[in-house]
Design a protein around this ligand. Structure first.
Ligand code: NAD
Length: 497
């Protein structure tokens, strides 16, 4: 399986023959061996994407036809959904039903961008002169470097690929090195449906080696990145040298604000989902419970009881409610975060260690996989690192408030600004608080839903730009003003001497 790079319409091995073994984090079993590229492979892929863009191989296809192509991609993804879901679950360790949901969301995303690809053909502006025709048109940006993380491997890639193709661009995709499979399957779909060679390219391998040229190479016009804050800063700095367009979807430290008058059972159940779905490896996880003092004790005790009952297991374990962490290195990071919270005086109410014993269906020994127990940490204060740093694991911190102003101040006290939620049955209060939260998405009496037609992205250090929605398409378009004088005339500005 080493011919897994897709460059200029060909499946090829890495130029230096490098490979990487992919393992399933739930039990350490080998999933496959794939190509491990180097910088030279990325440079080849960029060259192919540049040539395809310069020859307008895709941009010259009328927008309605590009849209129709994306609808065919969506149909094909629905057809092959089970293969995709299995591949995603083996790479990530996530439950198969979560992966199935992801595949359905991915098809929805392609359908959405397929439908809007031809909707906005630009506009005519009134130049205030009957002899002037002035038009605003949208054009593809050109070559896009797309770099994606391991938590929602194909979903994050789809949020970039679909609008990039809708707008007529070419691209080089660099998925996370630990989770390459659904990206490979995706390229097969694009190939099978007849996308011209060089429009879509795939390179696999380590970020610093294979991803980095996508932000530094002058032949790339835009780099769109989803991943951690530190990597995002490095990419933005690299991209600055050639003044590329940059789109960044970075981390979050997302407050879940619960007022005493909230629907208690719904708030509790959703607090659990917010923190522990996909073992908390979600950029918008509700990892910061901000709760009104008067109900805090009861609510947190119930949360702890429910968290202790969460059943862990492998991707195909029907009895499991959540799965493994992505890697041993990541588990160590999560545990170090919990230990630091302990050292700084917070109280670990449950979890706080790796999981052991049999999995939910008894088929797996959790100690052999990379599992971490759902963890609730209370008595947190705003000085502690645990309420500011992203754990990106099954860990929720608890802070309490007494007034609405205090709740807003706590929720906004973070360098991140990706998402947040407010729970209350007072409609005026929920609207007031939603208006004051500096986060790109705010849920009222819910947590986690998103829509392909609604923009997604972060304020502050959670990112630059937006994915999904109309702005999500706009990220992949250049805007040009074409001004035509239909009655050319001498201006007489300079006299003839
Ligand atoms: P990461 O930053 O370590 O890696 C993301 C991608 O960047 C990977 O493909 C990696 O190989 C690549 N990369 C690493 N160094 C690079 C470099 N110097 N140049 C180019 N590419 C490089 O992040 P991760 O650990 O894979 O993902 C977790 C992070 O992603 C979390 O912080 C999470 O919040 C964030 N995330 C954000 C969103 C969002 O929508 N805002 C969605 C998912 C994940």
């Amino acid at each position: 399986m080493s011919n897994t790079l897709y460059i200029d319409g060909q499946w090829v091995a890495a130029l230096d023959g490098g490979t990487r073994t992919i393992t399933c984090p739930a039990d350490g079993s080998e999933v496959a061996v794939v190509a491990e590229a180097t910088r030279k492979d990325t440079e080849r892929a960029i060259g192919a994407a540049r040539a395809a863009a310069d020859e307008q191989r895709w941009a010259s296809v009328p927008a309605p036809e590009r849209g129709a192509f994306l609808l065919r991609v969506a149909a094909e993804l629905r057809e092959r959904a089970e293969d995709f879901a299995r591949a995603e679950s083996l790479d990530t360790g996530k439950r198969i039903d979560e992966s199935r949901q992801d595949m359905s969301d991915i098809a929805d995303c392609f359908e959405y961008f397929g439908r809007i690809a031809a909707v906005d053909a630009g506009r005519v502006v009134d130049a205030g002169d009957a002899d002037v025709l002035s038009r605003i048109v949208h054009e593809p940006v050109g070559v896009c470097g797309l770099i994606t993380p391991w938590n929602y491997p194909l979903l994050q890639a789809a949020w970039k690929i679909a609008p990039a193709l809708a707008a007529g661009n070419t691209f080089v995709l660099k998925p996370a090195e630990l989770t390459p499979h659904t990206a490979i399957l995706m390229m097969r779909v694009l190939e099978d449906l007849g996308l011209p060679a060089g429009v879509a390219n795939l390179v696999l391998g380590a970020g610093g080696e294979v991803g980095a040229p996508l932000s530094s190479d002058p032949r790339v016009d835009l780099v769109s990145f989803t991943g951690g804050l530190v990597t995002g800063r490095a990419i933005a700095a690299e991209a600055a040298a050639t003044v590329k367009k940059v789109a960044l979807e970075l981390g979050g430290k997302n407050p879940n604000v619960v007022f005493a008058d909230a629907d208690y059972d719904a708030a509790l159940d959703n607090a659990l989902n917010a923190a522990f779905v996909h073992s908390g490896q979600v950029c918008s996880a509700g990892a910061r419970l901000v709760i009104e003092e008067s109900i805090a004790e009861r609510f947190v005790s119930d949360l702890v009881r429910r968290a202790e009952g969460i059943r862990l297991g492998g991707p195909f374990d029907d009895a499991a409610e959540t799965g493994a962490l992505i890697s041993e290195a990541h588990r160590e990071k999560v545990h170090a975060y919990v230990e630091r919270a302990r050292e700084q005086g917070a109280r670990v109410r449950c979890g706080g260690r790796s999981a052991e014993g049999p999995s939910a269906d008894g088929h797996l020994e959790l100690g052999e996989g990379i599992f971490y127990l759902p963890t609730v940490i209370d008595r947190c204060t705003r000085e502690m690192d645990c309420v500011h740093d992203e754990a990106f694991g099954p860990v929720v911190t608890v802070e309490t408030f007494c007034t609405e102003d205090e709740a807003v101040a706590i929720a906004n006290d973070t360098v991140y600004g990706l998402a947040g939620a407010v729970w209350s049955q007072d409609a005026g209060r929920t609207q007031r608080v939603a208006g004051r939260l500096r986060h790109g998405t705010v849920w009222i009496n819910d947590f986690h839903p998103y829509l392909p037609q609604a923009e997604w992205g972060g304020m502050k250090q959670s990112g630059v730009g937006r994915e999904l929605g109309l702005h999500g398409l706009g990220e992949y378009q250049e805007t040009k003003h074409i001004y035509q004088n239909t009655r050319p005339a001498v201006t007489g500005w300079f006299a003839e001497h």
